[in-house]
Design a protein around this ligand. Structure first.
Ligand SMILES: Nc1ncnc2c1ncn2[C@@H]1O[C@H](COP(=O)(O)OP(=O)(O)O)[C@@H](O)[C@H]1O
Ligand SMILES: C=C(OP(=O)(O)O)C(=O)O
Ligand SMILES: [Ca+2]
Ligand SMILES: [Mn+2]
Length: 700
């Protein structure tokens, strides 16, 4: 095989030559006679020559154009006459027109010149655009921004976004499992106090305003000022990312969303979090129902009315738009859209829920309500059950549907042993594909998962990793306590895809009680469920820093006051009606402390909480023996398989019984005070339920 001069261990001739060379010190480079043949010039003819005459030509060969998307379907057959005569070129032009409209300045009344493709390959992209007339020329040129191209990176694949992030975004790294590590900048959590909602004739009456409400008003004009600021910023960039995706797995109530952003990280995050359209669905996407302008790297102008910081998240329900300035925390986009669903869905008599959801093999569905960090994601991701979703759902006449296409897990202290499914989802790789192929073979029918379009990429926000091995240290909170992983639901092996399920059997309210006085589990009556749902209690400690002695009680109506748009009693009435109609049981589960408050007691082991949840799912806890607690009047079981009985009544676990009583009364007082504002509201049609709910609070 040494025929063309290649080195080979098996060649005796070479061995000899090498030995000879070594005997004179350094090895001599061997050349063979044959290479010197023509005109004494050496030829490196080890392989066939490349089919390119220049480096540029060579590079142009590297990427082939994607296979054309589905051929234009027969309109009549599809029942979609409008699309019947449209050519591929025409369709692409309409798509670009739609993006240009999205990015339009409202004062210059025209969209920017948009062109598809990566500006880094400018010549290529512009040439393609020119050939196909895919860019749009504004009719009135009144600013420099109308003279330049805004490159649109439209619904890029995870691999493309990966590359964009690594190449162009400071702080982007590949971790040992291939997940993308990124930084969200100065903001590592949401900024609820910087959220503004346009108050106009309609929303003034419809929305919840005033004390306790998350909706801080802004006028239409100020919204437009911020919108213009965001759009001008985005148009000034070389390129913007555009995601066209869906929300809600219930096809009857699906919403089309467009996210325009400046960072690959943001585009990838939303690729994971929203429902991903198939190529066919994308073809017919048309005009979005809602658009986000994420100009998070650019601050708002503090001279602008209503601005109190340089961060502003502005919602305009009439224009169906949201503007983000001055925060790059990606959760702002997903939770912003959740707020929109909290407005749109109740209009259709659908209840939007800040809850996780999973389903047993027999079709029993459970909901997990809870504030941030109380365990929705952790407990709904259960290896023995099918995951419907970890955070945002709808409850309609059809049952439960997930709003999102992915999960967003807290990852501080994440361990492979305790949370294997989440751990394994933090990667670059393939997942269960949502496209099912039904094959019938003789008498049997098989389901194959389509092998295409199922390469995904998890994003890790603000985590710390070893600079050499790139192993993530999930215990490190140097950047923030709120480290996060976003991954597509297809990464969870037992995800229920499509993410829908029947009416729930169990409604679990999670509270992380850092006072350590709430029982690990209690069975609730319907009025109690409503009382605790409206209260939305959790108590967390600021961080893991020492010096934090007093737990902070948080009451967040409907376990999501930051996202609800209507008065909490509207959602509560819908929940009561649905739970009654479908016979669901309410439970209160404390995933927080026992044996004393934070600093004295301990957090209940995740393993115990899982046993409690198992007993709820199996139905065994429904028929257990119960006793009633003082003050809160909660029914607590005396025994649960796999859980030490003494921890079921928290008083047993406190060394100082008096201290327990004082703390219990203190918490009861906080509940009572918080509920005062709801005392004057009627819940549902039935005045009796309202009274029962008021009576379901603590008695002392
Ligand atoms: N007993 C417990 N039950 C639930 N979660 C627990 C428990 N003990 C510790 N944890 C931790 O608390 C965090 C819960 O976060 P997560 O499930 O992401 O909350 P959410 O989805 O409600 O925001 C996880 O980091 C989890 O490991
Ligand atoms: C992403 C969030 O949700 P959660 O903590 O409920 O998972 C958030 O509140 O920013
Ligand atoms: Ca089509
Ligand atoms: Mn969560």
């Amino acid at each position: 095989m040494a025929e063309n001069g290649e080195f080979s261990f098996s060649s005796g001739g070479m061995k000899k030559a090498a030995a000879a060379a070594f005997s004179n010190g350094l090895p001599k480079i061997q050349t063979h006679g044959r290479e010197k043949s023509e005109n004494g010039i050496c030829h490196d003819d080890s392989g066939p020559p490349v089919k390119a005459k220049t480096i540029d030509e060579l590079h142009s060969l590297q990427k082939k154009r994607s296979a054309p998307t589905t051929p234009i379907k027969d309109g009549a057959q599809q029942g979609n006459a409008a699309f019947a005569t449209i050519s591929e070129e025409e369709r692409q032009k309409l798509q670009l027109q739609s993006i240009s409209d999205s990015l339009a300045s409202l004062t210059r009344e025209t969209g920017p010149k948009v062109v598809r493709g990566d500006p880094a390959r400018k010549a290529e992209a512009t040439k393609v655009a020119a050939e196909h007339h895919h860019y749009l020329t504004p009719t009135i040129s009144v600013s420099d921004s109308a003279l330049k191209f805004t490159h649109v990176l439209y619904n890029l694949s995870p691999a493309e976004l990966y590359e964009q992030a690594i190449k162009h975004e400071h702080g982007s790294f590949i971790t040992s499992t291939g997940a993308l590590a990124t930084l969200s900048g100065a903001k590592t959590g949401r900024s609820p106090r910087d959220k503004r909602v346009v108050k106009d004739e309609t929303t003034a009456d419809e929305l919840w305003w005033g004390k306790g409400s998350p909706n801080i008003e802004m006028d239409e004009h100020t919204f437009l000022v911020n919108r213009e600021r965001a759009v001008d910023y985005l148009n000034s960039l070389d390129k913007v990312f555009v995601n066209d995706q869906f929300l809600n797995w219930d096809p009857e109530h699906q919403i089309k969303v467009r996210i325009v952003s400046a960072r690959a990280y943001h585009s990838l995050f939303m690729h994971n979090m929203c429902i991903r359209p198939t190529p066919e669905e994308l073809e017919d996407f048309g005009t979005p129902d809602f658009t986000i302008y994420n100009a998070g790297q650019f601050p708002c102008n503090r001279y602008t009315h209503y601005m109190t910081t340089s961060t502003s998240i502005d919602l305009n329900l009439d224009r169906k738009e949201m503007v983000i300035l001055g925060t790059q925390y990606a959760g702002e986009m997903k939770k912003g859209l959740f707020g929109v669903m909290h407005y749109l869905m109740p209009k259709r008599n659908i209840l939007s829920l800040h809850s996780g959801s999973n389903m047993g093999k027999d079709g029993d569905v459970a909901l997990f309500f809870g504030l941030s960090g109380t365990g929705k994601t952790t407990l709904s991701t259960d290896h023995n059950r099918l995951l419907i979703g970890d955070d945002e759902h709808c409850w309609s006449e059809n049952g439960i549907s997930n709003i999102e296409g992915g999960c967003y897990a807290k990852c501080i202290g994440l361990s492979k042993e305790k949370e294997p499914d989440i751990w394994n989802a933090i990667k670059f790789g393939t997942g269960k594909c949502p496209i099912k192929l039904n094959m019938h073979f003789e008498l049997e029918s098989f389901i194959f998962f389509c092998p295409n379009v199922c390469k995904f990429l998890a994003v890790l926000e603000n985590i710390v990793f070893d600079e050499h091995t790139r192993e993530v240290d999930y215990s490190d909170n140097s950047v923030t306590e709120n480290t996060r992983a976003s991954y597509p639901i297809e990464y969870i092996p037992n995800a229920k895809i499509p993410c829908v399920g029947p009416h729930p059997k169990n409604v679990i309210l999670l509270a992380c009680d850092a006072f350590g006085v709430l029982p690990p589990v209690s069975k609730l009556t319907l009025p109690q469920t409503m009382y605790h749902f409206i209260s939305g209690y959790t108590a967390l400690v600021a961080g893991t820093e020492e010096g934090v002695k007093e737990p902070q009680a948080t009451f967040s109506a409907c376990f999501g006051a930051a996202f609800i748009m209507l008065h909490p009693t509207k959602y509560a009435a819908m929940l009561a009606e649905k739970m009654q109609k479908h016979g669901a049981t309410g439970w209160l589960v404390n995933t927080g402390w026992f044996g004393g408050r934070y600093g004295v007691g301990k957090r209940i082991k995740l393993g115990y909480t899982r046993k409690i949840i198992d007993a709820i799912h199996s139905g065994s806890l429904l028929n257990a023996n119960y006793k009633k607690t003082e003050v809160f009047g909660l029914e607590i079981p005396t025994e649960i398989e796999g859980v030490p009985s003494e921890i079921l009544d928290p008083i047993n676990t406190w060394a100082e019984k008096e201290d327990y009583e004082v703390t219990l009364l203190k918490l009861a007082g906080l509940f009572r005070k918080n509920f005062e504002v709801f005392a004057n509201y009627k819940i549902g049609q039935d005045g009796k339920l309202t009274e029962e709910i008021l009576a379901a609070g603590p008695n002392f």
